[in-house]
Design a protein around this ligand. Structure first.
Ligand code: G4P
Length: 287
């Protein structure tokens, strides 16, 4: 799904809060999906409060597009915060098989207590939460083997609460909880736009591209040099790199000036399309 605009948030905020409050008591655990490229910007900081301390499995999604070394550091960071973690590419399905074992590991004490009481075969229920476009539907479909659209997506079908089975004793609530990111820091909105989680139209494309280029130039200079056939000097600013890349591509307007708007769109498209490589734009906070 796509956000229509940032004004989308207030109504959904209330709806999600209500849904979570109504359902959280029925859940054994919560599954929080984050984008491994921006694990902090793609999460909702109120989750602890909203989920009332339920055991949590963090799914680091989009790992096929993220920097593998940083994905490993992020996994360790989330584990350090007491969560179970799995790393997945929900699009291809890589890693999703680890979901059920990870939930059972997270809930091992509860399962041991059930077993002690002779309650074998009790079903575990998990609520999936995440910001729009993080990959909730893709993940739910892959993990459950479901191919059909959700009931709410089909015209004329009235929704009732439905459970999606993962296996005989593990179910997901089929309405993913749509949370909202925290936009207090302008960098958050920008990083969500880099990854395509929010549309470009709400932000200036040249400003976006300039900031993305600055980050890539500082952290992944070799990838920028290889893709755009330019030299990246130490500390070179994003705008200068964008102009260099545009010139190298031959994106010129009359008078020999670089068409930076065109280069900006190309950079964002190529970044999102994985043509530059795999990048993570945030590093775990120091302990
Ligand atoms: P949502 O329910 O949380 O809103 O997100 P959704 O599953 O619709 O996923 C949003 C987009 O992200 C989809 O792409 C989806 O294919 C892609 N996606 C989700 N998880 C991953 C992942 O782990 N790796 C990669 N590479 N992509 C992922 P789309 O462009 O909207 O559609 P399409 O390209 O699948 O046609």
């Amino acid at each position: 799904m796509q956000l229509e605009s940032l004004s989308w948030f207030p109504g959904h905020m209330t709806k999600t809060r209500r849904m979570i409050a109504a359902e959280i008591g029925n859940m054994d655990a919560v599954c929080e999906i984050v984008d491994a490229r921006i694990p902090l910007s793609s999460r909702n900081p109120d989750l602890d409060e909203l989920t009332a301390g339920k055991p949590r499995l963090v799914v680091l999604g989009h790992i096929d597009q993220a920097d593998p070394a940083l994905t490993a550091r992020w996994a360790a960071w989330f584990r350090g915060a007491g969560h179970e973690v799995i790393e997945v590419d929900a699009k291809s399905g890589a890693g999703v098989k680890r979901f059920a074992p990870a939930v059972r590991s997270l809930l091992r004490d509860k399962l041991a207590a059930y077993e002690a009481k002779g309650q074998v075969g009790r079903v575990l229920r998990v609520m999936v939460l995440g910001i729009p476009n993080v990959g909730k539907s893709t993940f739910i479909n892959k993990v459950s083997g479901r191919k059909t659209a959700r009931a709410e997506d089909r015209p004329g079908v009235t929704r009732s609460k439905q459970w999606v089975p993962v296996d005989k004793t593990l179910e997901l609530l089929d309405t993913p909880g749509i949370l909202w990111p925290k936009f207090d820091d302008p960098g958050v909105g920008m990083r969500l736009a880099f990854t395509g989680a929010i549309r470009d139209e709400v932000l200036d494309v040249e400003e976006l591209a300039m900031h993305l280029m600055a980050y890539l130039g500082a952290h992944y200079p070799a990838a920028v040099e290889a893709r755009y056939k330019i030299r990246v000097a130490e500390g070179e600013d994003g705008w200068a790199l964008l102009e260099k890349a545009g010139r190298a591509r031959g994106f010129l307007i009359s008078g020999g000036e670089v068409n930076t708007e065109r280069m900006s769109r190309v950079l964002l498209d190529e970044f999102r399309g994985g043509k530059l490589g795999r990048f993570t734009l945030e590093t775990p906070p120091e302990a």
